[in-house]
Design a protein around this ligand. Structure first.
Ligand code: BEZ
Length: 391
């Protein structure tokens, strides 16, 4: 060996010895969480609740995950799919986040899924239910802590049949979440013997419901089922009552209809029956402690399903990062930790499916004086069919 080569090798090994081991190095740097959520527009309060829930879980873990301090990098995605690719690329390429967290809107999340797959960035979805994320486009680095659009809509069909409704109209916004919720509802409703007489749509996030409500009145179905959320859900419930339909054609919904908006909907929401993977009144100590801690930490805001999903994202990350001692570079170990986690959630404990989507109970709830009260379990341990997922 040349003297020069030997000297370079000696210098290199001395430098390597001077470096702390990989795990210690990983623990020394902050963990950068890239939050891509809506902070403006019809879903703004959903984004805020997710962030509050996530931050509560991190605070309860002592402000650290896997021994690493946490830094949040935030982007307002405005629930605008047209801006989503630029937004997610900024987080991955410019801000170099360790984990992507987002989003609320199914169209926006599809851009996140694409970039996460291309760059192999870890993505945790704390709301958007787009079926493909844990279906045809499922991937080892993509996990969801919320639901698939099919999941809470499917049991609603059986619930409505059991209440004697044989025909229904489904109404929603025309984008993936509305259309996939319609498909899930239709599957459950027709399997139980029902018939959908019409699907009605308007563009997201329009709230000019009048013409469609007039159609519902003339179609005279036994009942109406719907998917709306956020500010649009407030307007829909109020307009449905103002059109004189509430007492004539019973309104049901995928549970987002009354999540976080019951106070704004007031009496017009009283008695509405919905299906969802959470209910305010769930009688378990975990939920009670979570609700008290969230209200205290978030300026007296009341938690809802979106806050729970953000919180569970924090619980999941805390568990997985503890397992790998903060070292995300061992991807196989990180994925195994996320896959095997049992999340002790306010909604009840849940685990990931093979496709990385929660297997969870879907509750039937009734809106009563500003509270989504549990009526029963509409479907026990429901797993999304994950059609097309090759994991
Ligand atoms: C979605 O776009 O996937 C979605 C938005 C709000 C509530 C639930 C789902």
């Amino acid at each position: 060996m040349h003297d020069d080569t030997r000297r370079r090798l000696m210098l290199a090994s001395a430098a390597a010895l001077a470096l702390p081991p990989l795990v210690a190095r990983a623990q020394g740097t902050k963990l950068r969480l890239g939050l891509m959520l809506p902070y403006t527009g019809t879903y703004a309060q959903l984004g805020v609740a997710i962030e509050n829930g996530l931050k509560l879980a991190v605070a309860q873990a002592g402000g650290k995950l896997g021994g690493r301090e946490v830094e949040f990098v935030r982007v307002d995605d405005e629930s605008d799919p047209a801006k989503a690719t630029d937004n997610v690329n900024r987080l991955v390429t410019r801000d170099k986040v360790d984990v992507l967290i987002g989003s609320v809107h199914s169209g926006v999340v599809m851009a996140m899924v694409k970039v996460a797959r291309e760059t192999d960035t870890l993505l945790i979805i704390p709301n958007a239910g787009a079926g493909a994320a844990t279906g045809a486009l499922c991937a080892p680095n993509i996990f969801r802590t919320s639901f698939s659009n099919w999941q809470p809509a499917y049991p609603l069909g059986k619930v409505m049949i059991e209440r004697g409704h044989r025909t229904a109209v489904f109404i929603s916004w025309k984008y993936a979440a509305g259309e996939e919720a319609a498909a899930g509802f239709k599957e459950g409703f027709t399997a139980a013997g029902g018939k959908i007489v019409k699907e009605l749509y308007l563009p997201f996030p329009n709230v000019e419901f009048q013409a469609l409500l007039t159609q519902i009145a003339s179609l005279k179905p036994d009942a109406v089922s719907c998917f709306f959320s956020g500010a649009g859900a407030v307007k829909f419930v109020k307009d449905y009552a103002a059109a004189g339909l509430k007492d004539k054609i019973p309104l049901y919904g995928v549970g987002f209809l009354t999540e976080g908006v019951l106070h704004a909907q007031g009496d017009d929401a009283e008695g509405l029956l919905t299906t969802l993977h959470y209910a305010d009144s769930l009688d378990n100590p975990r939920n009670k402690a979570f609700r008290a801690a969230y209200t205290k930490a978030s300026n007296n805001m009341e938690p809802d399903v979106f806050a729970v999903q953000g919180y569970d994202t924090g619980l999941l990350l805390a568990q997985a990062l503890d397992k790998v001692k903060g070292d995300l570079s061992n991807r196989a170990a990180v994925v195994a930790a996320l896959e095997n986690a049992v999340v002790d959630s306010p909604r009840g404990p849940w685990k990931m499916s093979r496709a990385h989507n929660p297997i969870q109970d879907i509750y039937l709830r009734r809106a009563e004086k500003g509270v989504n009260k549990v009526v029963g379990v509409a479907w026990k341990a429901l797993e999304d069919p994950a059609r097309g997922c090759k994991l």
